[in-house]
Design a protein around this ligand. Sequence first.
Ligand SMILES: NC(=O)C1=CN([C@@H]2O[C@H](COP(=O)(O)OP(=O)(O)OC[C@H]3O[C@@H](n4cnc5c(N)ncnc54)[C@H](O)[C@@H]3O)[C@@H](O)[C@H]2O)C=CC1
Ligand SMILES: O=C(O)C1=N[C@H](C(=O)O)C[C@H](O)C1
Length: 256
Amino acid sequence: MSELLPVAVLGARGRMGAEAVAAVREAPDLELVAALGSSDPLDSLVAAGARVVVDLTVPEATYDNVVFAVRHRMHAVVGTTGWTPERLGKLGTVLAGAPATGVLIAPNFALGSVLATAFAATAARYFESVEIIELHHPDKIDAPSGTAVRTAQLIATAREAAGVPAAPDATRDAPDGARGAGIDGVPVHSVRLRGLTAHQEVLFGSPGEQLSLRHDSFDRASFMPGVLLGIRSVAQHPGLTVGLDGYLDLQAGTSS
Ligand SMILES: NC(=O)C1=CN([C@@H]2O[C@H](COP(=O)(O)OP(=O)(O)OC[C@H]3O[C@@H](n4cnc5c(N)ncnc54)[C@H](O)[C@@H]3O)[C@@H](O)[C@H]2O)C=CC1
Ligand SMILES: O=C(O)C1=N[C@H](C(=O)O)C[C@H](O)C1
């Protein structure tokens, strides 16, 4: 029988962390060796012999957690939001000193969401207008969601590469926030509503037609296959990967 892969979960008592702890415990090929909360020292990851660290904490903590993991040659699977281009750049420098170590930063682990974002990037060049509405539970501390930021960035990149002009918007007079947050030029509107989990709709418009790409996570169970895929695959992907799509062959629909 092959050895179990030793896994640690950071943020283990949070909404996502608790779900991830249960998923790792249930996986026959994984062993949960540490489940850390905000007051637990990171040194215990070393003592526990973790090979993969799953970070589901808060934007203020995630960078230091991942740098600690990389410096100790542990792979990291990260669902936490707050990864700015500056932080990603700094992490890249740290990773250059540990070339065999892999870090996956996944704004969304739900396969349907990953596909919806990829479809949005494909559609982006063909429509005159685009806006994103993301809808989440009201206990979420960040806005816009990491998924919406990533989707907006990919849409903006695709439109720029195709030479699509900025979407027309004749608004002259509006209170702050009325047109959402402009992420790389894409308006993103954030809804926080009790009863919701995690939802996103990308609206594309051209004269006489609209395309809506909507994804709904009704339960955090939707994220667990992606978390497990990340844990099992991260060692085969040294360096930094942003987006679970980096581990999927979306053309053929298989994992790599
Ligand atoms: N990538 C994805 O598919 C998903 C990502 N998320 C993201 O994951 C993060 C966590 O979300 P939730 O579980 O809903 O939040 P939460 O607030 O329920 O859990 C966060 C937990 O992290 C703990 N924590 C804070 N600092 C820590 C530290 N230094 N070390 C260890 N634990 C620490 C907190 O005490 C709390 O228990 C957020 O950034 C959220 O946006 C959430 C759902 C899916
Ligand atoms: O906080 C959440 O709940 C979620 N956070 C991630 C994000 O900000 O995109 C992923 C998902 O939307 C759920």
